[in-house]
Write a protein that binds this ligand. Structure first.
Ligand code: ZN
Length: 307
């Protein structure tokens, strides 16, 4: 392998797109960030190709060459086909993203669901490093999971891992998906402030605002406890089905500190009977998980996977 090879890692979001030129040691040597460009409601695929091409030019100016790219996308994403079936906050339905971007860039690339991309990073170089059976579950605006079994990430044509829509509270609040009582209605970031306000009539900014009241406010503790119980219920199901040795919890709510991961670990472990007892740990890569995972995909696309 020549030392002058790099890959491009792209993290596509509804509000912004981050693209980085990344070396073999997974260090970002150039980073670009732009607001997501839209044509009407629909995010412009051409913008992603432009970012890849611009980083390839910058690479050439440094005397290096881009040999692959990895693209992390939210929504229902068929990783094998590089097909985005549906991405609500990008306005995409059945977009053959890999094909369009390969045409627009001439760079071999892989497209993957953003949570599975983060999982790839955590399972390769992060908190789940080396585990053949592992789960990554970011708790943020939404909740989803990357599930790896026997060293293989479960994709199921894009439909695997939607743990946020496991019903944990039958008859409970209506979820964005239309079902009542999904995990997200109790434990996704927006649920904390909403449930605290419903209970008390008082406003807090967000989940961190509820966390800040835990020492002094029984209502905050009750809201937090419901979220912990809901997460433990969903994880018990996942542990029973998939037998992970490591569960990596990430996302904005987990990054608030041990207030989430510690109690979830304790509650989950107390409910296990015959099941495998997983380690339950906080994510190691934080906001970088998408970029690192996309870079790992880029090296895979180049035929030189980093292990
Ligand atoms: Zn739902």
């Amino acid at each position: 392998m020549a030392a002058d090879q790099h890959v491009v890692a792209v993290d596509v979001g509804g509000t912004s797109i981050k693209a980085a030129l990344v070396d073999r040691d997974l260090r970002a040597v150039e980073v670009l960030r732009e607001p997501t460009r839209r044509v009407g409601e629909v995010a412009d695929v051409g913008q992603i190709a432009e970012l890849v091409n611009r980083l390839a030019e910058q690479c050439a100016a440094r005397g290096c060459r881009v040999v692959g790219a990895g693209i992390a996308v939210p929504g229902i994403v068929d990783d094998d086909l590089g097909l985005v079936r549906a991405a609500v906050n990008l306005g995409w339905v059945d977009v053959p993203l890999r094909e369009e971007l390969e045409k627009g860039t001439g760079v071999p690339l892989l497209v993957r669901h953003d949570v599975r991309t983060g999982g790839l990073a955590e399972f390769t170089v992060g908190a789940g490093k080396g585990a053949a059976d592992a789960m990554f579950m970011p708790v943020g605006t939404g909740i989803a999971a990357a599930v790896q079994v026997d060293g293989r990430m479960l994709g199921a044509a894009g439909y695997a891992g939607e743990i946020g829509h496991v019903v944990v509270d039958p008859g409970g609040a209506v979820c964005g998906c239309g079902t009542q009582g999904c995990l997200e209605t109790l434990a996704a970031a927006p649920a904390f402030a909403r449930r605290y306000a419903e209970r008390t009539g008082r406003t807090v900014s967000d989940a961190a605002g509820v966390a800040a009241l835990l020492a002094t406010d029984p209502d905050a503790r009750a809201v937090w406890r419901d979220a912990v119980d809901a997460l433990a219920t969903a994880l018990l199901l996942a542990v029973t089905l998939f037998g992970p040795a490591v569960i990596v919890i990430g996302g904005g709510v987990a990054e608030a500190g041990e207030a989430l991961v510690g109690p979830v670990r304790e509650e989950l472990l107390s409910r296990l009977r015959f099941q495998r007892r997983p380690e339950v740990v906080r994510a190691a890569l934080g906001q970088d998980a998408g970029r690192v995972g996309a870079a790992l995909l880029g090296w895979q696309a180049a035929g030189e996977p980093v292990r």
